[in-house]
Ligand binder design. Structure first.
Ligand code: PEP
Length: 253
């Protein structure tokens, strides 16, 4: 039985005071919810404040990105060592916005995934097709190639603890979410590919989220899918009440 995991990707939103206001409102709303993992991924500037706010609670801290090296002359970058030091347990890697706007490719993302594991962080590895790729009938091929390239060189033990977010790019921030049957088909494909590489046991343990215009009103539909183990949530995670409702809908499974 995989434990559902819900992660809030705040992207480039929230100042320190806005992050503090969120956690103050959010933590009491999720305090009694057992059975799901909840992760807040604020921007780097708010990691310290959110770490302090969630300390001792059931909510974990994650970052939205990191570099593959531990330290050095990499101006503007943040390392896995720094993230672990500030209290992060998770890190989102390979988000489509990193791929689209910052040119991140699978080989770099794979290096980051390995670096995250090496420093005790659990990667939330994002894969997903663009609208053009979907319309060309390439959803499976794109997800296969991203999932395999980005997990190359991991051990079965690492793969078993990995979190993958299947995020159709055309569904991110658009309000146009993926039909449940389509999401299940792609997520099941990803799980079976990873079973081929890491074995059935690791593939049965690793968690796969759906991401793309998840809202309180559609969470239950995705959580009813046999291979979907939670959600990576952007827009609807910016309001405490809305993200708490998503976590609550996930706890029902
Ligand atoms: C995301 O940023 O990963 C995401 C899924 O965004 P949204 O929920 O706004 O579609």
């Amino acid at each position: 039985m995989r434990r559902p995991i819900f992660a809030a990707n705040w992207k480039m939103h929230k100042t320190l005071s806005e992050a503090a206001a969120f956690t103050q409102e959010f933590l009491p709303l999720v305090a009694p919810r057992e059975g799901v993992d909840i992760v807040l991924c604020p921007p780097f500037t708010a990691l310290g404040a959110v770490a302090w706010s969630v300390a001792g609670s059931r909510v974990a801290l994650g970052a939205q990105n990191m570099y593959r090296e531990t330290h050095g002359a990499f101006t503007g970058e943040v390392s896995p060592v720094m993230l672990a030091d500030i209290g992060c347990r998770y890190v989102i890697l390979g988000h489509s916005e990193r791929r689209q706007y910052f040119g991140e490719r699978d080989d770099l993302i794979n290096q980051k995934v390995k670096a995250a594991f090496a420093h005790g962080l659990t990667p939330i590895l994002c894969v997903g097709e663009t609208l053009a790729e979907r319309e060309e009938g390439r959803t499976e091929a794109v997800c296969r190639s991203q999932a395999l390239a980005c997990t190359e060189g991991l051990s079965a033990e690492q793969a078993a603890t990995l979190v993958i977010a299947y995020e159709p790019v055309w569904a991110i921030g658009t309000g146009r979410n993926c039909a449940a049957a389509d999401a299940q088909a792609t997520v099941a494909l990803i799980r079976s590919l990873l079973a081929g590489r890491f074995g059935e046991s690791a593939a049965a343990s690793l968690r796969i989220q759906y991401g793309g215009s998840v809202k309180p009103g559609n969470t239950a539909e995705y959580m009813a899918l046999p291979d979907v183990d939670g959600a990576l949530v952007g827009g609807a995670s910016l309001e405490a009440v809305s993200f708490a409702a998503i976590c609550q809908a996930g706890a029902v499974r």
